[in-house]
Design a protein around this ligand. Structure first.
Ligand SMILES: NC(=O)c1ccc[n+]([C@@H]2O[C@H](COP(=O)([O-])OP(=O)(O)OC[C@H]3O[C@@H](n4cnc5c(N)ncnc54)[C@H](OP(=O)(O)O)[C@@H]3O)[C@@H](O)[C@H]2O)c1
Length: 364
């Protein structure tokens, strides 16, 4: 099958595309075809090819190397009000990326520089320099993809969410939901580094085994097959001091019952609600916060943007010292991005979801 500039084709038909133009002239893209109802489906996306745009003053042309697959993308696909405008129908899917500058009209962003960016599911993006979230330099012994996982937004979310919002003290119990995912798999390890007991909630026995045997969690609960209330009693005999919650809903409600005096609930996300058209009722147990003089606090990683370098340096040190282990679940090729996104909701992955598009040029 051949695809020419400007032609749009349904995603299912694009498995074996051969593009007859020079690659630099064709921008392969995955567009939002329609807004999902409930859990997104592959049919909500469409593949297209378009001409590569030319940057204007203050902008750069990026070649995208890796795409970060994040729950936030599902939020941007809906037309609900959020901190960023919704992705328009027919527009490429917005995404965190690792990219390389191939043409620059923005001071301080030279050609060849590898960057973390907010760009899109496409081979090339033109973005303003405000969408560039930092320069990426090689770190000996650490693969480039890690710059978008543990040393990217995912690791930074775990780091600031736990340490700054959760403020764990040695000897305390830290409970983590979605513990085998990109963020959760790092949170428990930081909790262990800080001398805490780390307890995981996740959706399969295989994930429970990985968390306790490879990542050092003290206990792991399969919330799909266990009575979570009883399991928490056993796994957190001293109660819960910090609950790092990425799930919300019933799990949050249940965990609140075991919160300790002055406990902290870190509101990282609510993936159990992200596909719901109608918001479910709030946690009926919220008065536990009153009874325990506890607090529940949300955050976005952007709150800590001025401290990214400090966090990255510490996370990189922990990786080098073998104190943090991680797993990046990487698929290759732009067309794989929609089905990789769906894994966030089916839970068919461990660690961070990434899509590799191409290698960086000149990267050692
Ligand atoms: N605050 C911030 O700045 C910020 C930044 C980045 C991410 N986040 C949040 O962090 C959380 C984790 O993101 P991530 O990228 O690392 O994703 P992830 O944890 O790798 O993937 C999501 C996981 O959530 C679990 N899950 C999915 N649907 C669920 C449901 N209905 N009930 C319970 N568990 C469910 C699945 O694991 P199981 O097998 O365990 O069910 C799935 O693997 C998300 O809530 C995201 O919104 C927040």
């Amino acid at each position: 099958m051949q695809v020419f500039e400007g032609e749009r084709v349904p995603l299912q038909k694009v498995k074996h595309v051969s593009v007859l133009r020079f690659v630099t002239e064709v921008n392969r893209q995955i567009l939002l075809r329609k807004r999902p109802v409930g859990v997104p489906a592959v049919g909500d996306f469409e593949a297209a090819s378009a001409a590569v745009s030319v940057p204007e003053a203050g902008e750069v042309l990026l070649k995208n190397l890796y795409l970060s697959i994040d729950p936030a993308i599902r939020g941007w696909m809906s037309d609900a009000k959020s901190y960023l405008p919704p992705i328009g129908i027919g527009e490429p899917i917005r995404s965190g990326t690792l990219s390389q500058v191939v043409e620059s009209k923005a001071e301080g962003w030279p050609v060849g520089q590898v960057v973390q960016a907010l760009a899109a599911w496409e081979s090339y993006s033109v973005v303003s320099s405000q969408m560039l979230h930092g320069k990426v330099e090689p770190i000996k012994g650490i693969p480039l993809s890690t710059m978008l996982s543990v040393l990217g937004g995912t690791g930074l979310t775990a780091y600031f969410g736990l340490l700054e919002v959760g403020q764990p003290n040695a000897g305390e119990t830290v409970l983590v939901s979605a513990a085998a995912g990109g963020v959760g798999s790092i949170v428990g390890q930081i909790a262990k580094i800080k001398g805490c007991r780390a307890v995981a909630l996740t959706g399969s026995d295989k994930k429970c085994g990985w968390l306790t045997e490879k990542l050092g969690y003290d206990a792991a609960i399969n919330y799909k097959t266990t009575d979570v209330r009883l399991a928490l009693k056993e796994a957190c005999p001293e109660g819960i001091d910090v609950f790092f919650d990425s799930v919300g809903g019933e799990i949050l409600n249940t965990a609140l019952t075991r919160l300790n005096y002055r406990g902290r609930v870190v509101v990282c996300g609510a993936i159990s609600q992200i596909n719901e058209a109608e918001l479910p009722p709030g946690p009926s147990n919220y008065l536990q916060l009153l009874a325990k003089s506890a607090r529940m606090e949300g955050f976005t990683t952007l709150d800590f943007a001025s401290r990214y370098d400090e966090a990255r340096a510490e996370l990189a040190r922990w990786i080098r010292e073998g104190q943090i282990h991680y797993r990046d679940d990487i698929v290759e090729g732009l067309d794989e991005a929609p089905s990789h996104l769906l894994r966030l909701f089916s839970g068919e992955h461990r660690g961070k979801l990434l899509v590799k598009l191409t290698d960086a040029e000149g990267w050692e």
